[in-house]
Design a protein around this ligand. Structure first.
Ligand SMILES: Nc1ncnc2c1ncn2[C@@H]1O[C@H](COP(=O)(O)OP(=O)(O)OP(=O)(O)O)[C@@H](O)[C@H]1O
Ligand SMILES: [Mg+2]
Length: 315
């Protein structure tokens, strides 16, 4: 900060001393001599002048306190405007803003670390499920098929039913492994991965998905792509679990400096504050790691929109 701040002590003392001095001068020039109305009038003017001057000095402090109370780590970016003459309050506000910068940067870094650790763990689990459990179940299915072919006709239906159950389990293990690790994202990129996701969920649930996925996206980092994919996944899961919709729309738009994902459902709509579940909270935390913003909005004609805006310049 350039100019030396005027200490708060002087900013309070000088107006008070001025008001008292002026009152004294007035009394010397025109003594009240027991005239009550003149004394009451003078006192009222003094108190009013004092109130205005002190209020001017402490208003920035009140604003600072209000913002300090409002700061929400899940909605970063809010800062105290450094208005008015340089004073202890503006220095305090500046220090507070700097502290918020540091805290937000730290939160973003630790979020990013947690995100990559979580993703690494998911990949490991997915690989183990696919390679170990999946392989063993596939072998068991083949063995059962061979067994079914050699069993007497009266037990063959049971053996075949057992093989079908094992096949279904293999499919389920594959599905879980796929959800744990978005392979398509690694192999094909964001748009095909979102297409795969919506097609697969559409087949599983019978829901109608409408896609509008821009292909000419600005270049996103792998973290940015992963956050978009995971937010879409959770928003779709929420729509299925809570909204009972007819249609879910997934929109990916490229604007000048940002990429926007919207998942809109036409279901029963979201009621009240919605930050309590782990799903929405995790979406917000993921968004923070890449400097994106996440909004969960009720739609005007019912249903819910989840909107993620990823600033490409931040990535
Ligand atoms: N698309 C939606 N339509 C209607 N209500 C919704 C929708 N998405 C979320 N909600 C409401 O918001 C709440 C919080 O959602 P959130 O994803 O955080 O938690 P959850 O889905 O209940 O549990 P989980 O931690 O497994 O995700 C839900 O319990 C639900 O009541
Ligand atoms: Mg959820």
């Amino acid at each position: 900060m350039g100019a030396r701040p005027i200490p708060l002590f002087w900013r309070l003392f000088i107006p008070n001393a001025t008001v008292l001095g002026v009152a004294c001068v007035v009394l010397i020039v025109e003594p009240a001599n027991g005239r009550v109305p003149a004394l009451v009038g003078g006192l009222t003017v003094m108190v009013a002048a004092n109130l205005l001057l002190i209020r001017r000095a402490v208003t920035p402090l009140t604003r600072l306190t209000a913002l300090m109370r409002r700061v929400d780590p899940l909605h970063p970016g809010e800062r105290i405007p450094l208005l008015g003459p340089s004073s202890e309050v503006t220095v305090l506000a500046e220090a507070f803003n700097d502290m918020l910068d540091r805290l937000e940067a730290e939160r973003r870094d630790s979020g990013l670390r947690a995100l990559s650790e979580r993703e690494a763990e998911r990949r490991r689990l997915a690989a183990e499920l696919h390679d170990e459990v999946g392989q063993m179940l596939t072998a068991a299915s083949l063995q059962t098929a061979r067994l079914a072919a050699r069993t007497p006709p009266d037990v063959r239906p049971d053996a075949e039913a057992l093989r079908d159950t094992i096949d279904e389990t293999v499919e389920q293990v594959r599905t879980i492994a796929r959800q744990l690790r978005p392979e398509a994202l690694d192999a094909l990129g964001l748009v095909p991965a979102l297409t795969n996701l919506t097609e697969r969920v559409g087949e599983q649930t019978g829901l109608r998905f409408e896609r509008s996925l821009a292909r000419d996206l600005p270049e996103l980092t792998p973290d940015g792509e992963l956050v978009i994919y995971r937010v879409a996944q959770e928003a779709i899961t929420n729509a299925i679990r809570h909204a009972n919709p007819q249609t879910v729309e997934v929109v990916l738009r490229a604007e000048r400096t940002c990429v926007t994902l919207e998942v809109r459902d036409d279901g029963r709509g979201i009621a009240g504050p919605n930050g309590n579940g782990t799903g929405i909270r995790t979406m917000r935390e993921r968004a923070l790691t890449v400097g994106a913003t996440l909004d969960v909005l009720p739609q005007r004609h019912g249903g819910t929109t989840v909107r993620l805006r990823v600033d490409v310049e931040d990535l």
